[in-house]
Design a protein around this ligand. Structure first.
Ligand code: ZN
Length: 80
């Protein structure tokens, strides 16, 4: 079974030192408990991606359970 993750190919390390404090992408939403990626904020809405290609673009506030640990996470506003 091959892994679908190809994150190594993304040229994420090309920024110069000014943006050091930011995470790899601009506004990731991660589980507060296990730090699993739950979604990505785009254009003021949250982009959630689940297994088998199901994707949801939802407005705030948004709540979702972590598929890793089951914790209910909530985001009340878009991250900057
Ligand atoms: Zn979790």
């Amino acid at each position: 079974m091959q892994t679908p993750f190809l994150s190594r190919q993304a040229p994420t390390t090309r920024w110069s030192g000014a943006a050091k404090t930011k995470p790899t992408t601009n506004s990731e939403w991660r589980c507060t408990r296990c730090d699993k990626l739950l979604g990505v904020c785009r254009d003021g809405r949250m982009h959630l991606r689940f297994a088998r290609g199901h994707e949801y673009l939802v407005g705030f506030p948004v709540q979702a359970t972590c598929r890793g640990c089951g914790t209910l996470n909530h985001a009340t506003a878009p991250a900057r």
